[in-house]
Design a protein around this ligand. Sequence first.
Ligand code: 13P
Length: 252
Amino acid sequence: MRKKIVAGNWKMNKNFQEGVELAMSIQQRLNNYDGNCLVVLIPPFVHITKIRELIHHPKIKVGGQNCHDKPSGAYTGEVSAEMLNSAGADYVIIGHSERRQYYGETNQLCYAKINQALDNKLIPIYCVGETLEERKMNLTFRVIEQQMREGVLGLDGEDFKNIVIAYEPVWAIGTGLNATKEQAQEVHAFIRQQIENQYSREIAQDTTILYGGSCKPTNAVELFSQPDVDGGLIGGASLNTDDFVNIILANQ
Ligand code: 13P
């Protein structure tokens, strides 16, 4: 059975004190939670150690929003996968569309980062997704196929078993305009098929594929009810305890 996950990508929001407070209030609200959804809090780097220290809930993990593609060295301002692991992270987002768009990250760079993450026992959450223009031009599947092939499908099957995929249509991120459940399901099924073609049906069936892009308590139930949607990567709504917890509860 593949894992169900709801991950909160805080992006560049919440100062240290606010972040610790948010993590604590989420933990408290999940005190009696015994569902089967894993929760991943993904705050800015500087919050990770403290939040990790304060989390004692078996269902809550912590992750980083990015890591460097090299193990160490003269890369001022960067953070390595090993540093994240040693600070208490279990997960790391790779290839978020904001990193692709603002920092020029390519599929090839993502592949190098994913390898760093895996070498350092982090579970990469690899993000793929088309822009509005690409969707309008009917290029969605072509774009996703290439992001998958170049970014992650070069791994061997054993390594791929540790990958989580997030489908985040760029046009749905932060816009309030989520993909419909049909649109999400269609792309998730396509991604799962790519994985099956490259590896095996078993590996494809075991891969967790998250949806991200204006996911809220009001649309989470229907999105998560789709057979190939295994949870969500949540931006804005992960900054509010009630909204985030309600999204977690929607992932049955
Ligand atoms: P929103 O939920 O704010 O649309 O952001 C989604 C996202 O980018 C998560 O990584």
